[in-house]
Design a protein around this ligand. Structure first.
Ligand SMILES: [Zn+2]
Length: 299
């Protein structure tokens, strides 16, 4: 019989670690796979990324893996800590399937983030019986990883959008590249504050920022009105024109229907996420403006 561990070893194998047991959880709703270090393999320091001497072992953690035939799947692993000479500190090891304190495995985050390009984040969460927050985590991980590991190149036009979540009490700021040949999510900022938005410019750097030609946003006010300070966009981008200010039905104008407010807000992310410019051909002022911006940016 083909064993689960055999399959995992084919698709998700890591040197230095072994899968040593797969079992159902006590409620039979999930599959738990115990992972342990291969005998004699040394832990790797998560700060300097070099092998280091062992120190101790923490209690077992659960890392959520891609669900399998209706079962949730978890990798169970007790992280080791190392006494790292280079860093002169006791530091938790890095594991190839995880990313810091995140509870999802990298594989599952990549999986969710790929679906989140096709569906809204809410639909993605429902389809895989997970939470909106986990989909957000996945997208944020993939976007951050992409920014750290890939050269950005020139960006002509960006779209700045916001979405509400947690029943409309919290906001995320999303920045998309909306050039004709590249429509992609560039950056995700928790909250909708000037401070959080500065992170975007820090991430892309002054050289890339100085070449941006157009900005599309229907949420411009928070970024223009800063007490006594020159607005961040003006300072960073000079007199770059803002293309769109109109949204067909603003969620903020729809206070009577909080339910639809949140679904509209979440679905609004897919305005860019569904990718490609075909989608921007939808008959709305905003998307027409986006397309115009992309074309103008290339002109
Ligand atoms: Zn180290």
């Amino acid at each position: 019989m083909l064993q689960l561990i055999t399959i995992l070893n084919r698709c998700h194998r890591f040197p230095g670690f072994v899968y040593h047991q797969a079992r159902f959880s006590s409620d039979h709703k999930s599959i738990e796979i115990a992972v342990r270090p291969r005998k004699g393999s040394r832990a790797v320091c998560s700060r300097c990324h070099q092998p280091a001497a062992g120190y101790d072992q923490l209690s077992e953690r659960r890392f959520e893996f891609i669900p399998f035939w209706g079962f949730l799947v978890f990798l169970l692993y007790s992280m080791r800590r190392v006494d790292c000479r280079r860093c002169e500190a006791v530091i938790v090891e890095e594991v190839p399937w995880g990313d810091g304190k995140r509870t999802l495995t990298r594989a599952y985050m990549l999986f969710l983030a790929r679906w989140a390009r096709r569906l809204s984040w809410k639909e993605t969460a429902e389809a895989f019986r997970t939470s909106w927050e986990k989909v957000f985590d996945a997208v944020e991980h993939v976007v951050t990883f992409g920014l750290e590991h890939r050269k950005l190149g020139a960006i002509d036009a960006i779209g700045v959008d916001e979405i509400q979540y947690a029943k409309g009490h919290k906001y995320l700021t999303l920045v998309y590249q909306i050039d004709l040949d590249a429509t992609r999510l560039l950056w995700v900022g928790k909250e909708r504050t000037i401070e959080s938005f500065r992170g975007f410019f820090t991430t892309i750097g002054d050289e890339v920022a100085s070449k941006i030609v157009f900005v599309c946003s229907d949420m411009w006010e928070p970024y223009l009105k800063v007490n006594g300070e020159e607005p961040i966009m003006r300072r960073k981008l000079g007199r770059v024109p803002v293309i769109a200010r109109a949204r067909p039905v603003s969620p903020r104008d729809n206070k009577a229907a909080p339910q639809s407010e949140s679904s509209h807000a979440i679905n609004s992310t897919s305005r860019f996420q569904r990718g490609g410019l075909e989608d921007l051909a939808a008959p709305s002022t905003f998307s027409r403006a986006l397309r115009l911006a992309s074309i103008l940016a290339r002109a």
